[in-house]
Design a protein around this ligand. Structure first.
Ligand code: NAD
Length: 347
């Protein structure tokens, strides 16, 4: 079986659902259920004996040690993290606590258990750390995309905390031989994303007839990847990635935030028209985010060459599926918004 951490969040829950759609190998899912964890994402697995949910913290060494001893996973996929840049800017404490301290605790607990395994089990084991392209900092227009050898240059507290965790994972491989894999992925979008992030936030605001706040001039460029493509890449890295290696994952679909929002509005105009005019009429430019990186772009050539992974969805196909999903799952969105009312979430 495999152990997934953070599997009640956006990408983690998509991963667990995708994993069990592709295989019968059971999943133990350890999640702290912070504001970003949502068991409704996993409702379809409620009676599925292949999925065992455990409520807990990756930094709780006693709990993690007991899970490892009981379930003897052949792999761990670490999705658990604090992930929202705006929250990190407002206060980075939770980001350091989970992305650095708790990841360190997890690595140490895993190392102690792994070192006690026999040779065959040690060689077979994998620790896959899920990370972000934000660790590389920002690009100018026309500059070459981030490759696996681009120096780390994180610019906000979230990116810095993820960079720190990547360095720990690297060191646990180089120093102790733990068979780690690290992936650095671009911006994901798709079903089950918490509506503080750009795309679901815009859909939720548009549905409610509210303003669509866009940071600064909206010309911040991101490389967008549909979440199921990310999950397929992770399955492939787990299956065939070289221990100690890192892999960049991206959609090669660069878009400015303003164009993303306009695209969402265009699809909404078709599928759920505003009472008056276009949804895009309610786009409002608001004060830019502090330290806002201008451009991220991923060179996903290594994972394509070495592991044969390329994305199945284009931004055009993925964004349509995404808008359709949120419109068809208004109850999911409404329940989440009701339970987080008044917490001041923003894109
Ligand atoms: P998310 O915020 O939606 O979910 C994070 C999950 O981790 C939640 O379920 C939360 O309850 C859980 N969690 C937080 N702290 C925990 C702890 N200490 N112990 C156990 N569980 C804990 O995040 P996401 O967008 O699904 O991102 C998942 C991972 O992928 C993160 O590591 C993130 O850095 C990385 N990533 C995200 C993106 C993106 O665009 N969303 C892109 C690249 C990489």
């Amino acid at each position: 079986m495999i152990l997934v951490t953070g599997g009640a969040g956006f990408i983690g829950s998509n991963f667990v659902l995708g994993w069990l759609a592709h295989s019968d190998e059971p999943v133990v899912n350890l999640d702290k259920l912070t504001y970003a964890g949502n068991l409704a994402n996993l409702a379809s697995l409620a009676n599925d004996p292949r999925h065992l949910f455990v409520h807990g913290d990756i930094g709780d060494s006693a709990l993690v040690a007991s899970l490892l001893a009981r379930h003897q996973p052949r792999a761990i996929l670490n999705f658990a993290a604090e992930t929202h840049v705006d929250r990190a800017i407002a206060g980075a404490g939770n980001f350091i606590a989970t992305n650095v301290d708790a990841t360190f605790a997890l690595l140490e607990t895993v190392r102690a258990w792994w070192q006690a395994q026999d040779d065959a089990a040690r060689a077979r084991f994998r620790f896959l750390h899920v990370s972000t392209d934000e660790v590389y900092g920002t690009l100018q227009p026309g500059e070459a995309a981030f490759s696996e050898t681009t120096p780390y240059a994180p610019n906000n507290p979230y990116a810095a905390s993820k960079a720190a965790s990547d360095h720990l994972v690297r060191a646990w491989h180089r120093t102790y031989g733990l068979p780690t894999l690290t992936t650095n992925c671009s911006n994901n979008y798709g079903p089950y994303q918490f509506p503080e992030k750009l795309i679901p936030h815009m859909i939720a605001q548009a549905r409610a007839g509210q303003p669509l706040p866009v940071y600064g001039d909206g010309q911040q460029v991101r490389d967008w990847l549909f979440v199921t493509d990310h999950c397929a890449a992770l399955r492939r890295v787990l299956e065939a990635g070289r221990p100690g290696a890192t892999y960049n994952i991206g959609g090669s679909d660069e878009m400015a935030n303003l164009d993303v929002v306009r695209t969402v509005c265009g699809i909404l105009d078709e599928l759920a028209p505003a009472a008056q005019g276009s949804h895009a009429d309610r786009i409002e430019h608001v004060t830019d985010r502090l330290g806002h990186d201008r451009r991220y772009a991923i060179d996903a050539g290594k994972i394509a060459r070495e592991l044969g992974w390329t994305p199945a969805e284009s931004f055009a196909s993925g964004i349509r599926k995404t808008v359709e999903w949120y419109l068809a799952h208004a109850d999911w969105l409404d329940a989440l918004q009701a339970s987080h009312a008044g917490q001041g979430e923003r894109s």
